[in-house]
Design a protein around this ligand. Structure first.
Ligand SMILES: NC(=O)c1ccc[n+]([C@@H]2O[C@H](COP(=O)([O-])OP(=O)(O)OC[C@H]3O[C@@H](n4cnc5c(N)ncnc54)[C@H](O)[C@@H]3O)[C@@H](O)[C@H]2O)c1
Ligand SMILES: [Zn+2]
Ligand SMILES: [Zn+2]
Length: 367
């Protein structure tokens, strides 16, 4: 486009949510930087289930007609700031931790900014990463939401998975997944696969994955599951009993919004087992009938976690940056910005693992 510049210029190419199933490739005005803001040139942005919910018009932060840019799993390069934050230089590769707590409330004081009542999110309540550039506000910069990545670290694209991995790390910390544990992960979507991979890194002796899709069962094996089960045709209870000599599993993680999984979790856990409800249930039906006697007589711990904190993001970035967890194999599709409106439906396709957007592709195409 004639006269179009990318940094500090006239417009930035972005995907804008206009209403349900209406994402448009748009040249939006380049937002001027306020003191302390940092403009990041987006290298890769991950597409996840939250973006699909936004696209469908099911996300409470995205009102009809809002005109906001989604994308909360972002890796980019520092492009512009009036004053560079300490430790960062132009061109540095960074992961952007998306959640910004108010910093003042009791939960923020405890480091639980994911539970802050007024938390903001880049790509959720603020313009996000499905764009050539994203502006990280000063209040996020000063809290440390720009996490520098080593350029030499493997797979820049896979670094977008630091965001969901941070959530997964928070979940596994909560129930202390550790060495020698037998673990059942219900659901082999991108999140279930991260749970499998992380459980192995943390020393789990055996991971079982229950997943209806054959492609995702194969991916679960790649992630490190020794046993995979189809909950439709296979007998999950029998598979768990066989793999654990009838003991049940030490840890059950539900990584799918499925009622039957939550019910099965307390049944399949071994005495003193730990259960993590990681995948929420649809708002229209958020309850299940739970055998609480199983919790009582087996002395189970049942827990839940939601999203991640800055600390979780930093530790997840360390795991990825130091090669403790290798995730490049999960990137199944690399697309340009203009392809996103068509590709979003694909995220739900079982054959797809992780779709990432490469906004520079749009920039090249526009030249
Ligand atoms: N707690 C958190 O912080 C957090 C963060 C991100 C995602 N999540 C949740 O994690 C869940 C998984 O996310 P995702 O992106 O991988 O979703 P996804 O939809 O891609 O994956 C869910 C998988 O579950 C499988 N499944 C369906 N029915 C099943 C059954 N009966 N038993 C076992 N598996 C079954 C599906 O085939 C699919 O592969 C979602 O519910 C999501 O909302 C939670
Ligand atoms: Zn996400
Ligand atoms: Zn707060």
């Amino acid at each position: 486009m004639a006269g179009r510049r990318t940094v500090g210029g006239l417009t930035v190419r972005a995907i804008v949510y206009r209403g349900p199933r209406d994402l448009a490739v748009t040249d939006v005005p380049d937002r001027p930087l306020r003191p302390g803001d940092v403009r990041v040139s987006v290298v890769t942005a991950g597409v996840c289930g939250t973006d699909v919910r936004i696209y469908e018009g099911e996300h409470s932060a995205y009102a009809n007609g809002i005109g906001r840019v989604p994308g909360h799993e972002i890796v980019g390069r520092v492009a512009q700031a009036d004053t560079m934050p300490p430790g960062l230089a132009r061109g540095d590769l960074v992961f952007i931790a998306p959640n910004i707590g108010c910093g003042l409330c009791g939960q923020c004081a405890r480091g639980n900014e994911n539970l802050c009542a007024t938390t903001e999110g880049i790509g959720i309540t603020l313009d996000g990463g499905f764009a050539e550039h994203v502006v990280v506000p000063a209040r996020a910069v000063t809290r440390g939401n720009l996490i520098r990545l080593d350029d030499a670290s493997s797979g820049t694209d896979a670094a977008v998975l630091i965001e969901p991995l941070a959530c997964v790390l928070r979940g596994q910390d909560k129930i202390n997944v550790g060495s020698g544990d037998t673990v059942l992960v219900g659901g082999g979507g991108p999140v279930g696969l991260l749970h499998i991979a992380l459980a192995r890194v943390r020393g789990a002796s055996l991971v079982i994955c229950s997943e209806p899709s054959p492609e995702r069962r194969a991916a679960a094996r790649t992630a490190g599951a020794a046993v995979v089960v189809d909950p439709g045709s296979g007998d999950l209870d029998a598979a768990v009993a066989e793999a654990t000599d009838g003991a049940g599993v030490d840890v059950v993680i539900t990584a799918a919004p499925v009622h039957a999984l939550q019910t099965a979790a307390v049944r399949l856990a071994a005495p003193t087992g730990r259960v993590l409800f990681f995948g929420g249930l649809p708002r229209s039906r958020p309850t299940v009938e739970l055998d609480t006697n199983a919790i009582h007589y087996k002395e189970l711990t049942v827990a839940g976690t939601t999203a991640s904190t800055l600390d979780d993001c930093r530790r997840a970035a360390e795991l990825v940056g130091h090669g403790r967890i290798e995730l490049d194999w999960m990137i199944s599709d690399r697309i340009g910005l203009p392809d996103l409106p068509q590709a979003i439906a694909k995220v739900r396709d079982a054959a797809t693992l992780k779709v990432v957007v490469k906004p520079s592709t749009a920039k090249e195409a526009a030249r």
